[in-house]
Each structure stands twice: as C-alpha cells, then as structure tokens.
Design a protein around this ligand. Structure first.
Ligand code: C5P
Length: 408
C-alpha cells in the first residue's frame, strides 16, 4: 500500500447520491497519511452534511465562495494551491459541464478554475445523463485538458436503472490518487553514467607538474544533470577547485594513467562522457626527488604520449558503454576537427566547442557547442554550461533509450 504521507488532497464533493461514499474516501486517505480538505457544492449539502465531512477530515469544510471568514482564513486560490491534487467526487454532470466550459460561479468551480494542480474526477450520474452526447463531449474536453478520470462503473443505480454511472469505489479512487501522486520515475534510474572532468596533472618531480587551464565546470555540470535524471553517476576528476556535486560518486585522480585505470575499473556503464582535458604527454621519467636548479644547464624534459582514455574505452570489445561521448576543444575549424575525431576515436558523439582566447570558454560559465555525430551536426546557441549539460544529458537519454528500445 503506497503511503500518501505529507500529501494534501482538496476533495470537491458534488451533489449526487454517491456523495455518501466520500466518508469512506476521506477515511481511507487519512489512514494513508494524506491530509484532506473539503469543498462542498450547495447541492452536495442536500446529501451529506458539512459537519460529518469536517469530523472525518479533521478540518473545516468550505462551502461558500463569498464567505468573509473563509476568505480571511484561506482564499479560494490558496485553497487549491495548497493541495497536491484536486479530486472531484462525485463529479456530477453539472460539475463536469462547468469544468469543461470554465464556469466559476461557486467555490467548487472557482477552485477548479483557479488551480494549476492535477485534477482527478470520479463521475457519478444517471446512466442516460452519462451517455448523453453533451456529457460525453464535456468528458472528451476534460480529458484533452489533462483531467484524470476514474470510473464510472457499471451497475445498478440509485434510480433503479442499470449501466455505467456508478461512482468508482473509494478504494479505486484512492488507488488512482496514489498513482497520480507517486513521484515520477526518472528516465535514467538504474543506468550508469561515467564522466571524466577537469585537467590531469603530470608530475615532473614531487613539487612540479605539467597541466592545463581546464576548470572542470562543464564536466561537473554534466554530472549534476546526470544525477538529476536519476543516473548512478561516477565522476572521475582531475584536480579542480569545484565542490563535489551532491549524489555523484567522486573518484579523484591526478594523472592520465590513473584516470584511464579508474574509468576501466568502473565499466560496464551505459553512457560514458569524456569531458576531461587530459594532458597529451607526460614526463617520460619523472624524478622522485625535487630537481635542483643551478646545477649546470636547465633540465630537458623528455615527454611521452599519454594513453587516449576516450579511444581506449570506445574501442573496448566486451564492455564498451552503449554511448560514448567525446569533447573537441578547438581553436579553429571546429566542426571539421570534430568530425575527424568522431571516426578516429570511435565514439558516438562529439561535443565540439571553440576554446580560442576570445571565446572565453576556458574557465568561463558559458559554452557554445556543436553536436557532431554520424547523423549530422546540431549547433546550439550560446548557453550557460549548466544549460548545455542538461540539454546534453536529455539528448543522450533519448539516444540511449531509443537504442535500447531498438535492440529489443
Ligand atoms: O584528442 P583530443 O585531446 O582533442 O580529444 C579530446 C577528447 O578526447 C575529449 O573528450 C577528451 O576528454 C578525450 N581524451 C581522452 N584522453 C586523452 C586525450 C583526450 O580521453 N589522452
């Protein structure tokens, strides 16, 4: 049984014989920890009393639109804003018609028009009223407006007729409420995203190193966006001054060799994004002792190539991530270099950007990128690195989910 702890339902009771079932509906909602506020229409008061609903809900029942005390205590707009969901039960033919046409001539219909929250209706009426083309037209309008509907059920009616028109049972209404109030499943829940970020630092001796100006901002923003989409997010980062994004699994590294080993240790992953500015070279033989100055000529540094982490992971046979993304930071001819990189490194997508001094991308908060893949080039306008990150993660989510769908 799903808990509805901390949730508030605004229950709008319409004037029909099924109104008596709202006693049980309120009771069930309360046992699940849900607060219930009640609005009754004038007609509803003919079937149940405000006092009985107030006793069950443990709160004042609201009835009149122009009641000064109600407005002072809680205006009708606030009443619908304070709820997580509005439930109309029973939703009479008249209430449905008012909702479909946007009428607001009493508290119930005004609250329904003033809300920006999800609305669930539980229709209940005579079978002929239900089947009437006017009601069916209104129902279609309400569905188009995004109103959720539970019932009506078939059965014998209070008026002696038989057919659809009986309000859904309280337990069914509670299930529908629980379904509408449950948190949405995030699209990358259960998926693993591996991200590299920041510079690498290649030692010359214990106190000196070669590195670059990468701030790590874009990679960290991508990690935050991956967490927000529900992914298990591994951030393999060289040294930066940025705070660790909440919810990521942080793997701090220094050198390119460490970064590669750490990434390989994290496979398999669904998506791998290589946003780190990996140093292309390291010192062939770094010194374990601080190199002293003043002893003859300045030392000559002999460099050797670092492993290409992106290429190594993208060309792995058994556990290549489904989607591999690289970055191309260029100072000219951006798209051409990116397209070359796409094939040379074996990745699925290159995010290309201009990092020339005048672009202000290195260390800045903005980025203007082009997405280069086998299906073409998509150029995005200048955006904050956060916006690029969110848009990129959404793009990759669609790529991942559609390729997994196609593989099924
Ligand atoms: O070859 P270049 O450095 O321009 O390629 C950039 C892309 O390759 C980036 O995604 C970067 O993270 C990745 N890369 C890497 N390992 C390297 C060099 C670059 O993962 N040694």
């Amino acid at each position: 049984m799903t808990s509805l702890d901390g949730k508030t339902v605004l229950l709008i009771v319409g004037g029909g014989i099924a109104a008596y079932k709202t006693h049980e509906l309120i009771r069930l909602l309360k046992t699940r920890g849900c607060s219930v506020r009640v609005i009754m229409t004038r007609a509803a008061e003919e079937f149940v009393t405000p006092l009985s609903l107030a006793s069950l809900s443990g709160d004042k029942v609201f009835t009149a639109l122009f009641s000064l005390t109600d407005e002072v205590e809680m205006g009708h707009i606030q009443l619908s804003r304070a709820a997580d969901l509005l439930v109309v039960a029973p939703a009479t033919a008249d209430l449905m018609a008012k909702m479909a046409h946007g009428l607001a001539d009493d508290l119930a219909s005004t609250a329904l028009l003033a809300t920006d929250k999800k609305v669930l209706i539980a229709p209940a009426m005579n079978v002929r009223m239900w089947r009437h083309s006017a009601t069916q037209r209104n129902l279609a309008t309400l569905r188009r407006d995004g109103i959720a509907v539970v019932g009506p059920n078939d059965g014998e009616m209070a008026c002696g007729e038989f057919g659809p028109g009986r309000m859904a049972e309280p337990a069914e209404i509670v299930d529908a409420i629980a379904g509408l109030l449950k948190p949405p499943t995030l699209p990358l829940a259960g998926k693993k995203v591996l991200i590299t970020a920041g510079p690498t630092r290649e030692p010359i001796d214990p106190v000196r190193f070669i590195s670059n100006h990468s701030s790590g901002k874009q990679g960290y923003a991508i990690a935050r966006a991956a967490v927000a989409l529900g992914a298990e997010t591994i951030l393999v980062s060289g040294p930066t001054s940025l705070p660790i994004p909440p919810g990521v699994q942080m793997m701090p590294v220094e050198t390119a060799t460490e970064m590669l080993e750490t990434c390989e240790g994290e496979l398999p992953a669904d998506i791998a994004i290589f946003a780190a500015a990996v140093a292309d070279w390291r010192i062939a033989q770094h010194s374990d002792e601080k190199i002293k100055k003043g002893k003859g000529n300045p030392p000559t540094l002999s460099l050797t190539e670092n492993p290409d982490i992106l290429k190594t992971v993208a060309t792995r046979k058994a556990d290549r991530p489904q989607i591999v993304v690289g970055f191309a930071a260029e100072t000219g001819n951006v798209i051409k270099h990116a397209a070359d990189k796409l094939t040379r490194k074996g990745c699925d997508l290159i995010v290309a950007n201009d990092v020339s001094a005048e672009s202000g991308v290195f260390g800045g908060d903005h980025n203007k990128v082009h997405l280069v893949s086998s299906s073409g080039i998509e150029s995005w306008p200048d955006m904050s690195k956060d916006d690029v990150a969110h848009k990129l993660m959404e793009h990759l989510t669609v790529m991942l989910l559609s390729s997994q769908e196609a593989a099924r």
